[in-house]
Design a protein around this ligand. Structure first.
Ligand SMILES: [Zn+2]
Length: 225
C-alpha cells in the first residue's frame, strides 16, 4: 500500500470546504483507495480521516493522488483536481523530463520515449482500427466526431470538445490492447451527448459498454507517457 503523506513541498496545498458531517460521522475506513476519472485524468483517491484535501503527483509514473476527507463527495474531489489541472500537467512534465535524463534499461518505463518510428507505429495502429470502430459505434451512439486528432498526452487518454465535435486520442493507445482504444473512443463519443461524467454520461456508457468501469480501472492503472 503506497503511503499518501501530505507533502510539504506541494505548493498547491489547498483548503477545501469541510463536509458538514465529517467530524461526527465515523470514517468508512482508515484509508480506502479508489480511482476516479477527471476529464480523462486518472486520479487515485485515498480516503482518510483528515480535514482538508491534498493533491500530489508522484514519480516515477506521474500518478495523481488526492488525499481526501472520508465523507467528501467525488464531485468535490473532481472539482478540486479540475481547478489544479495546469499544476498537475506541469508536475507531470517535470517528472517526465527528470525521467528522460536518467539512464534506463529495457523494461524500464523511462525507456518509453516517442521516437519517430514509435509515433508512426502508434498512429498506423489507431488509423487501422478507427474506420471499423466508427462504423460500429456511430450508429449505436448516434453521434460521430467531426475530427479525430492523435497526439501524445501525458495526462489524458482522450478529450472531446462537444461544441465542435472534435475528439483527441492519446497516441499511446495505438501501442496498447485494442479494447482500450475502443473504450476511450466510446467514452469521448459519449461526451458528444454529455459533457461531464454525471448521471447521463454514466447511463449512456453502461448502455454502450456495460464493462466500461472495469476498462477504465484497467486503463487508469497504466501511466501515459
Ligand atoms: Zn471524459
Amino acid at each position: 500500500m503506497p503511503s499518501f503523506r501530505d507533502s510539504d513541498r506541494n505548493p498547491d496545498r489547498a483548503v477545501e470546504p469541510r463536509p458538514r458531517v465529517s467530524e461526527a460521522a465515523p470514517p468508512r475506513a482508515a484509508s480506502a483507495v479508489h480511482v476516479i476519472d477527471v476529464d480523462g485524468l486518472a486520479v487515485r483517491v485515498a480516503r482518510k480521516p483528515i480535514k482538508n484535501m491534498y493533491l500530489r503527483v508522484t514519480p516515477p509514473s506521474g500518478d495523481v493522488v488526492v488525499s481526501a476527507p472520508t465523507r467528501i463527495a467525488d464531485a468535490q474531489i473532481e472539482a478540486f483536481v479540475r481547478q489544479r489541472r495546469d499544476w498537475v500537467v506541469r508536475q507531470r512534465r517535470r517528472i517526465a523530463e527528470a525521467r528522460g535524463t536518467t539512464a534506463s534499461g529495457p523494461g524500464d518505463p523511462s525507456a518509453e520515449v516517442w521516437t519517430p518510428e514509435r509515433r508512426r507505429a502508434a498512429a498506423d495502429a489507431i488509423n487501422a482500427q478507427l474506420p471499423a470502430l466508427l462504423a460500429h459505434w456511430g450508429p449505436i451512439i448516434g453521434r460521430t466526431p467531426t475530427h479525430i486528432t492523435l497526439r501524445t498526452m501525458t495526462t489524458r487518454w482522450g478529450s472531446c470538445t462537444p461544441r465542435t465535435g472534435r475528439i483527441r486520442l492519446n497516441l499511446q493507445l495505438g501501442l496498447m490492447e485494442p479494447r482500450f482504444l475502443e473504450y476511450v473512443l466510446v467514452h469521448e463519443m459519449t461526451h458528444l451527448w454529455a459533457s461531464g461524467h454525471g448521471v447521463e454520461f454514466q447511463r449512456r456508457m453502461s448502455r454502450y459498454l456495460p464493462q466500461w468501469r472495469q476498462l477504465r480501472r484497467e486503463l487508469n492503472r497504466r501511466a501515459a507517457v
